[in-house]
Design a protein around this ligand. Structure first.
Ligand code: B12
Length: 216
């Protein structure tokens, strides 16, 4: 087991014991070594994914999953950039979680983009396809980032893409979240332009789209 895997395991144990103080302490120790977002990618996400697997296997309860999610929101939130920005210039980027309420991934993507110098609009979570279409059109977005963690939510991206094209919009739709990682061709099936597996990829995708100015 590598050092980071060991950290992820320690973090998961603390989560399952609903020990928020220990979770904070473990992250603070690592955070002092620098690279906050990398740290979340390497420690928090593997821990949460393993918790999801354990829940599926019937080894832990939904309340433990729930509390793990809540603790992560709190402790990770402290490490992320929280300032709300308005969008100036190009590209105009917006992000939202379609249908479901798994919002941590979106927060990480926002933080990575903001710390890389991109402003973006946060549309929140639990959004219907029509909400996303309406907002993307109203804000005249160039890039719409959609996050989700449930397969049933992922398929709704199709309706967003259809709604945008019906309205004549050329906004580029980029997706991310567990269903797209698990089914590598799903992004194509729902009509997205591409998918990203983590917050670093979100930054790379926005940068490339901006260089190509694909919306022009
Ligand atoms: C924590 C958690 C919860 C918490 C959520 C807390 C919160 N506020 O977010 C709670 C307890 C509330 C919850 C509830 C439920 N959950 Co849940 N949950 C999880 C769990 C364990 C971790 C999710 C998480 O936060 N991961 C960490 C984040 C940071 O990762 P991420 O979102 O993937 O984001 C990263 C990348 O994907 C990427 N990314 C994300 N978005 C985007 C967007 C773009 C554009 C790009 C480029 C990249 C990108 O960057 C991020 C950083 O690397 C997962 C297990 C798993 N394998 O994911 C199950 C999981 C997602 N849940 C699941 C289910 C079924 C549910 C419930 C239906 C359970 C129930 N019976 O009530 C409800 C549904 C609630 C709802 N309507 O949304 C299933 C979904 C299965 C499926 N096939 O659809 C999973 C997979 C568990 C499982 N193995 O079965 N859950």
């Amino acid at each position: 087991m590598t050092e980071l895997n060991k950290r992820a395991k320690q973090f998961m144990d603390a989560l399952l014991h609903i020990d928020a103080d220990r979770c904070s302490m473990l992250l603070d120790n690592l955070s002092s070594q620098g690279g906050d977002l990398r740290l979340v990618e390497d420690v928090v996400i593997p821990a949460l994914e393993q918790i999801g697997v354990s829940w599926e296997g019937g080894d832990i309860s939904l309340s433990q999953v729930y509390m793990a999610g809540r603790i992560c929101e709190r402790v990770v939130g402290r490490l992320l950039l929280e300032n709300t920005c308005s969008i100036y210039g190009r590209p105009r980027v917006g992000i939202g979680v379609i249908e479901d309420y798994h919002a941590l991934g979106k927060r990480m993507v926002i933080s990575a983009l903001r710390s890389s110098g991109y402003d973006l609009l946060d549309y929140g979570h639990g959004l219907k396809a029509d909400d996303l279409v309406e907002r993307a059109l109203k804000d005249q977005l160039d890039i719409l980032l959609i996050s989700c963690l449930m397969l049933t939510s992922a398929v709704c991206v199709k309706d967003v893409v259809a709604g945008l094209r019906r309205a004549g919009s050329r906004v580029v739709v980029v997706v991310g979240g567990a269903p797209f990682r698990l089914a590598p061709m799903l992004w194509k099936e729902v009509g997205a332009h591409c998918m990203g597996s983590n917050s670093g990829e979100a930054v790379r995708i926005v940068r490339t789209l901006m260089e190509d100015r694909i919306w022009e």
